[in-house]
Design a protein around this ligand. Structure first.
Ligand SMILES: C[S@@+](CC[C@H](N)C(=O)[O-])C[C@H]1O[C@@H](n2cnc3c(N)ncnc32)[C@H](O)[C@@H]1O
Length: 258
């Protein structure tokens, strides 16, 4: 990953660590329940949570695994996750800093790798998936969730601009076929996949990334100027004076290493 992109991620998330620990959208949801159900069925002893953020996925898996490693590029985020998990009494979680594209673990170290709401920040998703494949044991499983890319190019360009104005470290989100190609190319076999909808409350979503009032005003004007069909694709709810919410789709994938 380039130094400039690493710095962008660290700047964005370093100052927002507390907000990610507190975020209800990260603390729970159908997506986390599904990943956990897949994990419980797989009964993995050793779990790696890539891009752990506030540690919500690591915490959930700490309840079903012997040992969890929470891994993230942003040190202040890892510190916040450590405080969060210690306060919740999760004693079987270790914390390691680094890039998803260069995992500092031996081949075959983990039974399960989780990666939730994070891959759209990776500069090179293919490299991250190859690393995940390498650190998985034979028969191990990747449990992945991320924002799903839109099939319509105009809607896709619209939401990419919204995302990047809110968070310059957003790279892009991928469609189901793109995900399957990344996983297949790395040697992982997709066993299960599905899509869910997730609503974003605008004030919380923009506030969590500490947007200035000016930048937020410009973003809201951009959303209002966009073609109706782009807003409709993400179910944007607007009143005459504010943006209330929008909804995007999330992909969930379970993929095994042969
Ligand atoms: C939205 S948070 C993750 C949420 C978390 N997985 C959860 O379930 O609550 C995104 C995280 O990805 C991390 N991140 C972004 N790019 C990364 C990379 N290349 N390697 C490791 N972590 C990365 C950021 O530092 C941030 O903490």
């Amino acid at each position: 990953m380039s130094d400039a992109h690493t710095r962008r991620v660290q700047e964005q998330f370093g100052g927002s660590a507390g907000a990610y620990v507190a975020s209800p959208l990260h603390a729970a949801g159908e997506d986390l329940e599904r990943l956990l159900a897949w994990g419980a069925a797989r009964r993995g002893d050793r779990v790696l949570d890539v891009a752990t953020g506030g540690g919500h996925t690591a915490l959930a898996f700490a309840g079903i695994a012997r040992r969890v490693v929470a891994y993230d590029l942003t040190e202040p985020m890892l510190q916040a996750a450590r405080g969060h998990l210690q306060a919740r009494g999760a004693a079987n979680v270790g914390f390691v800093a680094g890039d998803a594209g260069a995992l500092p673990f031996r081949d075959g170290s983990f039974d399960i790798v989780t990666c939730r709401t994070a891959a759209h920040h990776f500069a090179d998703v293919g490299a991250a998936v190859r690393q995940i494949h390498r650190v998985l044991t034979a028969g191990g499983t990747l449990l992945l969730q991320d924002i799903l890319g839109h099939d319509d190019s105009e809607a896709s360009a619209f939401i990419l601009e919204v995302e990047r104005r809110r968070d310059p470290s957003h790279v892009r989100s991928y469609r189901t076929a793109e995900w399957k190609a990344f996983l297949r190319a790395a040697g992982l076999t997709v066993m299960d996949d599905f899509v869910i909808w997730k609503a974003r409350e605008w004030d919380e979503w923009t506030g969590r990334m500490r947007m200035t009032a000016e930048a937020r005003g410009e973003l809201e004007a951009f959303v209002r100027r966009a073609p109706d069909r782009c807003r409709a694709a993400f179910d944007f709810k607007l009143t005459p004076d504010r943006v209330v919410s929008f909804t995007d789709r999330q992909i969930l994938l379970r993929a095994d290493r042969d």
